[in-house]
Design a protein around this ligand. Structure first.
Ligand code: ADP
Ligand code: MG
Length: 696
């Protein structure tokens, strides 16, 4: 019998408990022995409440144990057996493998664990075990996800549908399960943050019932319903904080309304050597609509390298100039700032002056730029962090473009935005070349309006991509590269990524360049660029390559950003498996930019799904979605770096629909009760404030 309210939504009894008593959840968790207590601490389990909130990562269906002789490959199974032998060995790298032979009355089977060498002592020959996991056939055996020693068939929490917890060596899943089981009464004190109207509208069980059911579901349907409720709550609290933050930001803030006079933009557009793509037109229209009002724009322009973001940014910047105001573009590195300036200069064709301000701008030049910005004589400026120095003042800053915003701190962006005239904030356009699948955009950029440029500008050349392996393929690749050079083209060679240190990577690149110059490319001119070179040397290398003083550019991933050499038509990437999908895609975006068909050769295992995906796809958004499938959201986004919230229960993109619902409910709630002042929202306000979903 369930001890708590049923899973059916119930009208909430809004009256709070009249007699305050200490919550059982606040009790310190008592775990023995000492090392188990330490393990609990390491898992963040200090109180009974922490334990109750330590939700299972999975559930195992233990209702039926299978017989070894009857197992079919590919099935998730539970087997009750006895250990005959067990041993541990090193597999690849830091990976260790524990293999046991276990038997039941129908025969023997191999069982395998990873990275749990202590099991050799924990499960000596003769131990009876319940094993749960995936059976992969007689040769590979059972990959064990969860096991339990000498099961007590009568204990209610180890049979049936049982929870599987995130655990450690000295505090296993089963022990955690036992602790939660013993603390089950404390679930009574779990607080319900969701108001009754919301639970009724969304048909959600109350929190106590959900928490109880996620630990100890009584049948198959309970667990998903409980999980859905807890996932919704988590997403809702997230959406609520984001929406509240956005409202607070917009409240009382005024940006200058920028009228589309056309004085500069019209002539400039007519003079462009190309027409805007449909996506670019949609983006400029959205921006025009944003900046025409006093509500400060906060828009993200997302599009892979070469999708034409800079053109769109310039359109917006010119709108500021049209209104006799100023605009700045801030990039995270000098190289990027210089690249932007080059593109902008080319696009502007001398129509409007623009200056570059970085850490390397000489003092006299810098003072001159400061002066011209202060008087307003200079309407447009591109730069790095140098733009946020106190010495930089504007007469009338109206628009800020921030490239790769995740590489700037909140404070740095704020410092730039503070340079608008007293009482005003600028419109802000963020740009990123990291395509994020639509399903994740809201969680990552919840408080921005997102516009994507998917359509590549006309004139992009096809890039044939091959994944190859072995000496013969390598020889052929260099041959092909030499043929292209003979035909007047140029070649990138990208060195393996060395995560440990940039210095090592630079060294490897230097050696690679020397070897190629003396070997495969002895008749060609080889240049080198890596992250440890001085910016002067980098410049020189880029100049040589851009001006065709070099045929081959050996590079580390520094070329991921920056270089634009339309004559380069071949890219060879060494040890491609060390790079992620999006990095490889960005690298590859350096070719196929001119009038020549291009070729990208990835040295790596052709069987790797990641590399295969690259060979088969050119669309960055498509690749991002594949990447997400292969690796999961946290990894794809580098989580913290992108400010990606860390959800405990919700999973994206699977819970995307729930996220949409949570979003509209959060907006609805804030429309009704903007500050969550209503008594029925007090607990919600507390929960939202306490939620640590949004990294600072
Ligand atoms: P991003 O900033 O997204 O990397 P850019 O704006 O720098 O892309 O554009 C890359 C190149 O493509 C530039 O040389 C630019 O002039 C050119 N380009 C941009 N839009 C178009 C278009 N609609 N048609 C043809 N070429 C374009
Ligand atoms: Mg660009």
């Amino acid at each position: 019998m369930r001890a708590f309210a049923s899973l059916e939504p119930q009208p909430l009894d809004v009256e709070l408990r009249s007699l305050p008593r200490p919550s059982a959840l606040a009790r310190e968790l008592d775990v023995k022995p000492k090392r188990a207590a330490l393990a609990a601490e390491a898992l963040g389990l200090d109180t009974v409440g922490d334990l109750i909130e330590h939700f299972p990562r999975d559930h195992a269906d233990r209702r039926e144990a299978a017989e070894i002789a009857n197992l079919a490959a590919g099935e998730d199974v539970t087997v009750i057996a006895q250990v005959k032998r067990i041993s541990s060995r090193r597999a690849r790298g830091r990976l260790t493998l524990q293999e046991a032979t276990v038997v039941d009355q129908t025969g023997p089977m191999k069982a395998v664990w990873f990275n749990q060498p202590w099991l050799v002592d924990k499960l000596p020959a003769g131990t009876s075990v319940v094993l749960h996991g995936r059976y992969n056939g007689p040769r590979r055996g059972l990959t064990v996800k969860d096991h339990e020693i000498a099961p007590d068939a009568t204990s209610a929490h180890s049979t049936g549908v049982v929870p599987v917890y995130r655990a450690t060596e000295h505090l296993g899943s089963n022990r955690i399960r036992e602790l939660v089981w013993n603390a089950r009464d404390a679930i009574r004190d779990v607080v319900e943050p969701l108001p009754a109207w919301l639970r009724l509208a969304e048909k959600l069980p109350d929190r106590q019932a959900a928490v109880d059911a996620i630990h100890f579901p009584e049948d198959e349907d309970e667990e998903p319903a409980a999980r859905r409720r807890l996932a919704f709550e988590e997403l809702f609290l997230f959406e609520l904080s984001v929406a509240a933050r956005r409202r607070a930001r917009d409240e009382g803030l005024t940006a200058p309304a920028l009228e589309a006079t056309g004085r500069l933009v019209d002539g400039w557009q007519a003079a462009l050597p190309f027409v805007l793509t449909g996506d670019q037109r949609a983006a400029t229209a959205a921006i025009d609509a944003d900046i025409a009002t006093e509500r400060p724009m906060q828009r993200l322009l997302m599009g892979e390298v070469g999708s034409g973001k800079t053109v769109v940014a310039l359109h917006a910047m010119l709108r500021a100039a049209e209104n006799d105001r100023q605009a700045v573009l801030m990039a995270p590195t000098e190289t990027l700032a210089e690249q932007h300036l080059a593109t902008l200069d080319r696009l502007l064709g001398g129509h409007v002056p623009i200056a570059l301000l970085t850490g390397s701008t000489p003092a006299t030049r810098r003072r001159e730029i400061h002066e011209r910005l202060a008087t307003g004589e200079l309407a447009l400026v591109v730069g790095t962090h140098a733009l946020i120095e106190p010495a930089v003042g504007f007469r009338d800053l109206a628009l800020v473009v921030v490239d790769e915003q995740h590489r700037f701190g909140v404070r740095q962006r704020a410092a730039l935005e503070d340079k608008a005239p007293e009482g005003l904030v600028p419109h802000v356009l963020h740009m990123t070349a990291t395509p994020i699948p639509r399903t994740l955009q809201r969680t990552v950029y919840g408080d921005l309006d997102v516009t994507a440029l998917r359509e590549l500008p006309a004139g992009r050349q096809p890039i044939e991509t091959h994944v190859v392996d072995g000496a013969r393929a390598r020889t052929r690749a260099y041959e092909k590269a030499r043929e292209e050079i003979a035909a007047g083209r140029q070649v990138f060679v990208v060195c393996p990524l060395v995560e440990e240190s940039e210095a090592l990577q630079a060294k490897a690149a230097t050696r690679e360049a020397e070897e190629l110059q003396q070997g495969e490319f002895r008749e060609q001119r080889v240049a080198l660029i890596h992250g440890q070179m001085s910016s002067k040397d980098k410049h020189e290398a880029m100049r040589r390559f851009a001006e065709r003083d070099a045929d081959v550019l050996v590079a580390t991933s520094v070329i991921e950003v920056g270089i634009d050499v339309p004559n380069a038509s071949v890219m060879i990437i060494e040890a491609a498996e060390r790079y992620g999908i999006s990095q490889l895609h960005q690298l590859r975006g350096r070719i196929g930019r001119g009038e020549h068909r291009s070729l990208c050769i990835l040295f790596g295992d052709p069987g790797l799904p990641r590399l295969k995906a690259l060979a088969d796809n050119r669309d960055g958004f498509e690749l991002a979605a594949i990447d997400l499938d292969i690796r999961g959201a946290g990894d794809v986004l580098g989580t913290r770096q992108h400010g990606m919230p860390i959800f405990r229960v919700a999973r994206l993109p699977e819970d995307d629909e729930l996220l949409e619902r949570a979003h509209s409910r959060a907006e609805e709630l804030l429309d009704r009760d903007p500050r969550l002042d209503a008594p029925e929202h007090a607990l919600l306000r507390e929960a939202a404030a306490a939620s640590e979903l949004i990294p600072a």
